[in-house]
Structure formats: structure tokens, C-alpha cells
Design a protein around this ligand. Structure first.
Ligand code: CA
Length: 265
């Protein structure tokens, strides 16, 4: 198992999470920069995003409309897509839907207003996170890295080459069964498909059933990103979790946060 030898010599950030791999999405392939497809029709913003991602050691390509995005993703499947919601021709939602139908890929949606985010994530088209414009490049990079890390973690678990987990992989929560290794969820014996973000959120809540976690705590542990302005993303993801798994699964504690309620088997 030699993949570490051929990694670039750039120093790795100290891992504070035991299973957190390097912030690239190489899958099994060693030493490949994460390939990010940027879909944005405002050329100045598109170039700023591209330049920043490249400066961070990623490979980034830019397209300016929906059909080009689908073409570029088909020609070379990206590791992540940064996708503007308002695009000429085919809007970001439709692009996202078509991308996910072909081959699941993490999507960071760019929205013109924060209140569009609920709609975007609530629609369940497969967007994992969003950023409202105007956003800082540092925030963009943090979100991109967090998404790539999660995908890499999931791939390692699926490939079975992750360190042996020090706990039971399967959470049995009444009618809910969460297999953390296979990243699969079933309610009442029926499998439910969750996005990576929804899955991680469910796991964090499900590991301590009944305990109330604040939005900020969830933000920090699920998104790897603590920011009061981002906590709306938590609300949106809870909404989709309830829609997919049943409203009884997550309890809102007003003014505090959320807790997982074990549904009766
Ligand atoms: Ca636009």
C-alpha cells in the first residue's frame, strides 16, 4: 500500500479529527489535485474563484452556463461543483438535478440571497451546501475543503481502507438504522437516500440521541465550519432530513438547537 509515497510534499495540516484525510479529493488515486468545476456566468467572480482555488492547490475550471457545465462534467467528472443558482439557459437547480442523476457529486451552490438557500437545499436536488453572495474567498475555500474532506472520508470508508472504527458502525435508533460505514440509512426497513451533509448531520444527532445540540455545534462538527451566518444551513438540512425520514425524527428546541428523537420501531 504505497500511496503515501507519491503524495506531494506540501506539509499536511495536523489532523484533529482521527479519520480526516488530506483536504484533496483524490479517491484512491494518489497525488491528484481536487478537480473543481466552477459554473458561474459573472466572469470577474468566476475568475476570482478559479484563481483562489488554484492558489489553494486545487485544479479549477470555469464554465459560464448550464449546458457547458453538463458537457464539462460529462467529459471529465469533477470532484466538486461550485454552481451559481442563476444561470442563463439552464438554471443551477436543473443543472444540479441533471448532474446528480448522472453521477453523484458534491455541489456548493452560490445564491444571490441568503433566503434562496432554504429553497435550494429544501428542494433536495442534491446541493450539499450553499454560499450567499457576496461571500469571502476564505469562506468559499473553507466550504470547498470541508465538502471534499467529507467525500474523501466516505470513499475511504466505502473502500474499507479506513482505520478500523473504534465503535459499532451501525446505530440502531428504533425504526431508524444508520450504517456509518456503508453510509446508508433505513427507516421502517426502507432505505432512504440522503446527501452527504444530511447523512453527517443525522449521524451527529444520532450518536447522542435525545441530547440537544446547538446550531453552532452542528455547524462546527458537520460542516467543519463555525459561523453564525451559516446556521441557516443547519435549519435547511434539518428540514430535508424531516421530509425524508419523518418529522418525528428531529426535535426542535426553540432558541437552543436540535435533538434526535428515537422513532418507535
Ligand atoms: Ca449568475
Amino acid at each position: 500500500m504505497p500511496p503515501e509515497e507519491s503524495r506531494p510534499r506540501a506539509p499536511r495540516a495536523p489532523d484533529d479529527a482521527p479519520h480526516a484525510p488530506a483536504p484533496t479529493a483524490g479517491g484512491g488515486a494518489p497525488a491528484r489535485a481536487a478537480d473543481v468545476l466552477v459554473v458561474e456566468d459573472e466572469p470577474v467572480l468566476a475568475e476570482a474563484v478559479r484563481a483562489r482555488l488554484v492558489a489553494e492547490g486545487m485544479a479549477a475550471r470555469v464554465v459560464g452556463d448550464g449546458p457547458s457545465a453538463l458537457g464539462a462534467a460529462a467529459a471529465q467528472p469533477p470532484d466538486l461543483v461550485v454552481l451559481d443558482l442563476m444561470l442563463p439557459g439552464l438554471d443551477g437547480l436543473e443543472v444540479c438535478r441533471r448532474l446528480q442523476a448522472r453521477r453523484p457529486v458534491p455541489v456548493l451552490m452560490l445564491t444571490a440571497r441568503a433566503d434562496e438557500a432554504d429553497r435550494v437545499i429544501g428542494l433536495g436536488v442534491g446541493a450539499d451546501d450553499y454560499l450567499a453572495k457576496p461571500f469571502g474567498m476564505r469562506e468559499l475555500v473553507a466550504r470547498v475543503r470541508a465538502l471534499l474532506r467529507r467525500v474523501e472520508r466516505a470513499r475511504e470508508l466505502a473502500a474499507g481502507d479506513a482505520p478500523a472504527p473504534d465503535r459499532d458502525d451501525v446505530l440502531r435508533l428504533g425504526a431508524l438504522v444508520v450504517d456509518r460505514a456503508a453510509r446508508r440509512v433505513a427507516r421502517d426497513g426502507r432505505e432512504v437516500h440522503l446527501t452527504p451533509t444530511e447523512f453527517d448531520l443525522l449521524v451527529h444527532l444520532g450518536e447522542q440521541p435525545g441530547r440537544v445540540l446547538t446550531r453552532e455545534q452542528l455547524m462546527a462538527s458537520v460542516w467543519d465550519w463555525a459561523d453564525a451566518s451559516g446556521t441557516r444551513a443547519v435549519d435547511s438540512q434539518v428540514k430535508t432530513l424531516r421530509r425524508k425520514l419523518g418529522a418525528d425524527v428531529v426535535r426542535t428546541v426553540h432558541g437552543v438547537g436540535y435533538a434526535l428523537e428515537v422513532p418507535r420501531a
